[in-house]
Write a protein that binds this ligand. Structure first.
Ligand SMILES: [Zn+2]
Length: 460
């Protein structure tokens, strides 16, 4: 299916949406064309008001735009879906007046009170949708007109504000007679580990707070049915809800709007699915000699099926985890001089650094809505990443103006060592390493080379 339909051309088709449709058996040869159109159509994130205290109950009303929306008289609202980046103020009277409460995650109204202390369940008459407030940060920047090397982040500012904060996380263990689900403590330890990595990579912007956990009993061993039963019972109000599946029930893990479904406790699977919730798509690899694409094969990103230990640079940038001076746009230098030289430091864990060297060079590919990120993912080989220190990667990524959902997918276009003597082509550029700095450390009786920089000559 992936090869035939070239779903990798459309990040929106991967994992979440696409998988949901396949599992619902909507993906057949006969309706594929129509389904594809429907799936790749850009969709505004919707606020949805529902009639029962769970996120799968009947939708009473939905709203795509900011502003005040009035519910039908006595609609009996009991749950509200709030997309990442939006805040919703629920009011007890019409025209957004009267007693109120503001929420910025999906919210179960059976457990929510207005400012006065009165229950909000069945009492909401109107609601106001707004962008969440964004505070200034070194990691959320604008590019001024004369900053020719500035690389703009087209991710929505209020979404960046909503992502880069404390995440409230609820764990839901799904139990089924005759099958085994990992223990709650094991699940929580995995999540803590993932968020320790996020805290480093996000420069302390992202943190974790567990807001409760529960085990829900399901009665069906059918993957789709069991997930729906679990969602119905979870009635979660959290930034993220982590559902953990019994062994052998579903063939893959997957992600929805604010939920992830995991079929084990492998940390990189959690980072992969949470990455989807945060707006990332898959990291693919294109063979430079044959043009053949391998899905999710980029080992420098969690958004692959490989043993990775971070997201890749285009994704770190999209999440707002890099500063302005850490990426350098090279279009004007190349347009003016035909070539340029850049010295990059390795990304590694993306921890904060006092180095003045940038993490990446970025080429806006002329005539397209794509850009090429050139980076050095790892300072050294480690047991997880299987990428030699100093290796240079070139990734093609969308500029993603107006993107929503699982948008930031990448395509690895070139990969070569820091001591390569050849030029390597990627998206119309020729890259050649011309220098590096490194030192050796002894480890387990072996000498390991640790790179601190790689210098590249880049020409058209
Ligand atoms: Zn995925």
């Amino acid at each position: 299916m992936w090869e035939t339909c070239q779903t990798y051309e459309h990040a929106e088709l991967e994992d979440g949406l696409f998988l949901d449709e396949v599992q619902a058996e909507n993906c057949t040869a006969a309706n594929w064309t129509a389904l594809r159109e429907q799936l790749i159509a850009p969709r505004a994130p919707l606020v949805r008001v529902r009639e029962s205290c769970n996120g799968v109950s009947q939708v009473i009303q939905e709203a795509a735009s900011n502003g005040c929306h009035t519910l039908p008289q006595a609609a009996g609202a009991s749950f509200v879906d709030v997309p990442i980046g939006k805040a919703v103020t629920l009011h007890a009277a019409g025209d957004c007046t009267g007693d109120s409460v503001t929420v910025d995650t999906d919210t179960n109204l059976c457990e929510t009170s207005f400012g006065s202390g009165a229950s909000a369940n069945d009492q909401v008459r109107s609601f106001r949708v707004q962008d969440v407030e964004v505070l200034p940060s070194a990691h959320r920047y604008d590019c001024a007109g004369d900053e020719s090397t500035c690389v703009k982040n087209n991710n929505n500012a209020s979404k960046l504000g909503a992502i880069n904060t404390k995440h409230t996380v609820k764990v839901v263990r799904i139990a089924l007679d005759g099958r085994t689900t990992p223990a709650l403590s094991t699940i929580q330890n995995t999540i803590r580990g993932v968020y320790r990595d996020f805290a480093v990579a996000s420069r302390g912007q992202v943190s974790l707070e567990f807001t409760g956990s529960q085990t829900v009993q399901v009665t069906s061993s059918n993957c789709t049915t069991a997930k729906n039963q679990a969602r119905q019972k979870a009635n979660s109000s959290a930034f993220l809800t982590v559902f953990v599946l019994p062994g052998g029930m579903c063939s893959t893990s997957n992600a929805g709007s604010r939920s992830v479904f995991l079929k084990g406790t492998l940390a990189r699977d959690y980072a992969h699915e949470i990455g989807h919730v945060l707006g990332l798509a898959h990291s693919n690899v294109r063979d430079p000699s044959t043009g053949q694409v391998r899905s999710s094969a980029d080992s420098s990103s969690f958004m692959s099926t490989f043993s990775a230990d971070n997201y890749n640079l285009p994704q770190l940038h999209w999440l707002g985890w890099t500063k302005k001076e850490e990426l350098v746009g090279i279009n004007s230098a190349i347009d003016n001089n035909g070539s340029t030289e850049v010295t990059l430091r390795p990304v590694g864990t993306n921890d904060d650094s006092t180095s003045s060297l940038p993490l990446g060079a970025v080429w806006e590919i002329p005539g397209t809505d794509q850009r090429l990120f050139i980076a050095v993912p790892k300072p050294r080989l480690n047991g997880t990443n299987q990428i030699e220190g100093g290796t240079v990667f070139a990734y093609r990524a969308p500029k993603c103006v107006g993107c929503t959902g699982m948008a930031m997918g990448t395509m690895q276009m070139a990969r070569f060592g820091p001591k390569s003597v050849n030029e390597h082509e990627a998206s119309g550029l020729f890259l050649k390493p011309v220098g590096y700095t490194s030192s050796f450390v002894q480890e387990g009786g072996k000498s390991v080379e640790v790179f601190t920089s790689v210098t590249l000559r880049i020409r058209k």
